[in-house]
Design a protein around this ligand. Structure first.
Ligand SMILES: NC(=O)c1ccc[n+]([C@@H]2O[C@H](COP(=O)([O-])OP(=O)(O)OC[C@H]3O[C@@H](n4cnc5c(N)ncnc54)[C@H](O)[C@@H]3O)[C@@H](O)[C@H]2O)c1
Length: 391
């Protein structure tokens, strides 16, 4: 059993706790969060230990791995502290906000000889792995292009102040684009060679990027178009049978998050960020359908492949075929992250390791830079680009 310590009991921490509960190879041992009520709820519901800081949790021992789900700006220090204590690490996306931070994290894991997995992103989703297997095996012929398209309420969920400040890693560029970039990279297994992107800030009250249209060129001349809008007017889950991102059934509510936010003061929004989105001790069951991240269509010479609610639909020359993904023995997506770490601890190099996570950060930084400088950014194979945030 891998004894897991959870750093940060917010939205990401809460969902991973639920996933860890259902994973047969993981024992939830402890969690760290400065917020008393989240910690208290965790200790009472999970029967595990709680600490006010990640450093205390690490020093107390009794864990084999740390899942870093603290705000972006803490990923570097928390991942390095865990690695230096000889603990394996899962670090949430984005791995960090600069390439220098990613390099320091990779070096710390290498020096300590511990495994590091970067996730969860939707690159871990079983349906994405299925589409990837179909593409890479050439089942439907040569790969033509990828279209990824997601319309959400991202910007209108209750937010911490830094989540609305791009300089601190706010907005969709570092929080949502990593999913689409990882999906394109996971499906193809190919590096991104160039990026041209445009972004916009449409609401001065939420003054950070809320939309992005990016065109990635993958190795071999394969285009991936990534379209994302977090402005909560249209919800693209309508095109997905009202299955939510996590795979659960969802009530239609175009504009619902905007409306709910309108009645909150700034202080109430801060409060709601914790109470509505943080760990609540819910003993949620795994979702009924596969997780997804908007509409994903992959065009091959012999078929268009589309992520469906339960797997992949192939629209081929000779008709439509459903490739249903078998039910996972753990929480789909997040359980796959835990499983990848367990496999890594047992000697199987993780596909989504620190170097993979760094590359996704590099692409996201190039997207930001392309939008800022209104030009195409080439990504050299050596990975030596100037850090777009500090350039
Ligand atoms: N993969 C996904 O689908 C997914 C979903 C949500 C968030 N995330 C990622 O997870 C990270 C956290 O996001 P979130 O939405 O859960 O934020 P959140 O605000 O809901 O949770 C962050 C938690 O970290 C705690 N925290 C802050 N400083 C801390 C410290 N020094 N030590 C320990 N705990 C500390 C906060 O009190 C809070 O409870 C982000 O990097 C985000 O990108 C990933």
């Amino acid at each position: 059993m891998l004894r897991l310590g959870v750093a940060g009991l917010g939205l990401a921490g809460g969902v991973m706790v639920a996933a860890a509960r259902t994973h047969p190879g993981v024992a939830l041992a402890s969690a760290a969060d400065p917020q008393d009520r989240l910690r208290k709820a965790f200790v009472e519901s999970e029967g595990a230990r709680g600490y006010a800081s990640v450093e205390e949790m690490i020093a107390a021992g009794g864990i084999d791995a740390v899942y870093v789900a603290t705000p972006h700006q803490f990923h570097r220090s928390h991942a390095i502290a865990a690695a230096r204590a000889g603990l394996h690490v899962i670090v949430e996306k984005p791995m960090a906000l600069t390439l220098a931070d990613c390099d320091a994290m990779i070096a710390a894991a290498d020096e300590a000889g511990v495994a590091m997995v970067v996730g969860h992103t939707h690159g871990f989703a079983p349906a994405i792995r299925e589409i990837s297997a179909l593409v890479r095996s050439g089942t439907y012929g040569a790969l033509g292009m990828i279209a990824a398209w997601n319309y959400t309420d991202f910007l209108y969920r209750p937010r911490r102040s830094e989540e609305l400040d791009t300089r601190l890693g706010g907005g969709i560029l570092y929080n949502q684009l990593p999913h689409q970039v990882d999906i394109a990279r996971t499906i193809t297994g190919r590096p991104v060679r160039s990026v041209r992107a445009m972004t916009a800030v449409l609401d001065a009250r939420r003054p950070t990027e809320g939309l992005c249209a990016a065109l990635l060129e993958l190795d071999g001349g394969v285009p991936a178009s990534l379209v994302y809008s977090g402005y909560d007017h249209f919800d693209s889950d309508e095109l997905h049978g009202w299955i939510a991102e996590g795979g659960g059934v969802k009530q239609p509510a175009h504009g619902g998050a905007r409306l709910a936010l309108r009645s909150l003061t700034a202080a109430q929004e801060r409060e709601a960020r914790v109470t509505r989105m943080g760990y609540g001790g819910r003993r949620a069951a795994p979702p009924a359908h596969q997780p997804h991240f908007g509409e994903i269509v992959v065009t091959c010479a012999g078929a268009d492949l589309r992520v469906s609610s339960d797997g992949v639909t192939a629209y081929a020359d000779d008709g439509v075929t459903e490739h249903t993904v078998p039910a996972a023995p753990w929480w789909p997506g997040r359980g796959d992250v835990l499983q990848e770490l367990i496999a890594a601890v047992n000697g199987a190099p993780p596909p989504h390791d620190g170097r993979f996570g760094r590359e996704t950060v590099r692409v996201c930084l190039a997207i930001a830079r392309s939008a800022r400088e209104r030009r195409e950014i080439q990504l050299s194979p050596e990975g030596e680009e100037t850090d777009a945030r500090t350039a």
